[in-house]
Design a binder for this molecule. Structure first.
Ligand code: SF4
Ligand code: SF4
Length: 88
């Protein structure tokens, strides 16, 4: 399941550079996560880096994008061609 950023976001920008998949960008009023790129950090880290660094807990699971671990890993492999996942 991809993560999304809730309206609690204060647009501090801290999460953008932490995402291993470059899934986070500045949006209109808040930062946004591209669900086609977010893998819940599967493939790179054991914990969701955006949620870990966010001072207000804005990144949360996006229940409209249900995916199992296999699907998340396949997504990771697509955006990291030729690389070996660090966390499966
Ligand atoms: S959960 Fe991980 S992959 Fe998804 S947006 Fe956050 S940092 Fe990026
Ligand atoms: S770290 Fe949290 S508050 Fe800062 S831009 Fe990201 S989601 Fe928004």
């Amino acid at each position: 399941m991809a993560y999304k950023i809730s309206d609690d976001c204060i647009s501090c920008g801290a999460c953008e550079s932490e995402c291993p998949n470059k899934a986070i960008k500045e949006g209109g009023n808040i930062y946004e996560i591209n669900p086609d790129l977010c893998t819940e950090c599967v493939g790179s880290f054991a914990k969701q880096q955006c949620a870990e660094i966010c001072p207000v807990g804005a990144p949360v699971p996006d229940k409209t994008h249900p995916e199992d671990r296999e699907a998340l890993l396949a997504k990771w492999k697509k955006s990291h061609p030729g690389e070996t996942p660090k966390v499966t």
